[in-house]
Design a protein around this ligand. Structure first.
Ligand code: XMP
Length: 396
């Protein structure tokens, strides 16, 4: 369990050390991470100490007033929303200080999907502890075009991270071969991901910490019982890793602001939502390599055209879907019996309901022309005009 004490008056390292010693002397407290930059102490304890005991331990030192104490998973009301680069910089400075103190000279492991949250955690950890971070990127073969390469370019080449890149495409696609039922597909992808990650983690030694891209909505949803927020928890029980969750009190827009301030590319920071099972849920039915490639290529064309038209900044989510279903057409003057590509573009606030983006007709025709001429296996495009509900945003 975690309590956070908001403490003023700490002006030097000695002050931090005094507060740390006082808190760690309270029965049941296993660790106190104290930062004068962040003006707080994060206390890990077994729940036996009362708030009064924790506050009293610091107050007894006399020089460091405690202005508040909170559950470590609660966002304080006084916490300003990070809306400017300056506020993002201040957050980064405070977190880097806290991370260094939490991790010390230990080693951290992180599953880096390339999504906004894990990317921002990775960049923060690199800034705080550099090579003490080992990031594992598992390419399950269901990534969008260029995504895994971008993870390598940004984190290994530009930021110099310790990155383990695992191309597990064949493993995933072999396991998924012939499986058409959506939930079975999801389960296979989730279970295989944990297996690959665990196998790679088992090759490392001396890891004491596990980084996670938990954000505040995950905490709120897990409090409400909507979902479990520790979504990478596949490590064996005997491996007791301390969690490192520097974004857990931030909302998504704040995470993006922090990512931009850390110098991550715009295409990574402002990425549209992308499901964990990736293109797997957009290659409807049993996944085949050729149809998966058709999803990936058509998605790349759609994204390129959205960016060219400036629609990427306006529309919440847009993608293509290629179901296991064919229709007749004509290609190179001959009858062709090929797949149909569905284009979907929606707007929403919370993904619970969604409206359709009324795309310009000429734009849609242009996209359809490109997809049918450039993507092998597709002769026809359709635009999905169904709201959520009744449709869900994704197809599986
Ligand atoms: P649906 O299809 O349920 O999607 O209307 C709502 C939002 O959630 C995303 N989504 C997922 N995200 N893992 C994720 O991380 C998943 O399995 C998953 N399924 C759907 C979807 O892209 C949309 O933004």
């Amino acid at each position: 369990m975690e309590r956070v004490l908001f403490i003023t008056g700490m002006g030097c390292e000695k002050c931090e050390a005094k507060v740390k010693a006082a808190l760690e002397a309270v029965p049941g407290v296993s660790k106190a991470v104290v930062s004068r930059v962040a003006a707080k102490a994060v206390v890990t304890y077994d729940g036996t100490a009362t708030d009064e005991q924790l506050v009293a331990a610091v107050s007894a030192l006399e020089h460091y007033p405690v202005s508040g104490i909170l559950d470590g998973n609660l966002r304080p009301e006084s916490m300003e929303r990070i809306t400017t680069p300056a506020l993002a910089e201040a957050f980064i400075d405070a977190q880097v200080d806290l991370l260094r103190k939490q991790i010390g000279d230990g080693s951290v492991l992180l599953a880096l999907s390339g999504g906004v949250d894990s990317s921002v955690v990775a960049a923060l950890l690199i800034k705080a502890v550099g090579k003490q971070l080992t990031a594992i990127h598992v390419n399950h073969g269901l990534m969008r075009k260029g995504e895994s390469q971008q993870v390598i370019d940004v984190f290994e080449k530009q930021l110099g991270a310790n990155l383990i890149y695992v191309d597990a495409t064949d493993r995933f696609l072999d396991k998924l071969a012939g499986v058409a039922e959506p939930e079975s597909k999801r389960k296979i992808i989730g279970a295989e991901f944990i297996k690959v990650f665990d196998e790679e983690a088992a090759k490392l030694s001396g890891i004491g910490f596990l980084g996670q891209g938990t954000i505040y909505p995950d905490i709120l949803e897990s409090k409400d019982g909507i979902k479990a927020h520790h979504n990478v928890g596949g490590l064996p029980d005997e491996v007791k890793l301390e969690l490192v969750e520097p974004l857990k009190l931030l909302f998504k827009d704040e995470v993006r602001m922090v990512g931009a301030a850390l110098g991550l590319p715009d295409s990574m920071v402002n990425r549209q939502p992308f499901p964990g099972p990736g293109l797997g849920v957009r290659c409807v039915g049993a996944i085949t390599r050729d149809r998966l490639e058709a999803v990936r290529e058509s998605d790349a064309i759609l994204r390129e055209e959205f960016a060219k038209a400036g629609l990427d900044k306006k529309v919440w989510q847009y993608f293509t879907v290629v179901p296991d279903f064919k229709a007749t057409g004509i290609k190179d003057g001959k009858r062709a019996f090929e797949w149909i590509c569905i284009i979907r573009a929606i707007n929403t606030r919370d993904a619970m309901s969604a409206s359709i983006e009324r795309l310009d007709w000429d734009f849609l025709e242009k996209v359809a022309d490109r997809i049918t001429h450039e993507v092998p296996g597709i002769t026809r495009c359709v635009y999905d005009v169904t709201k959520k509900p009744t449709a869900t945003i994704e197809y599986e």
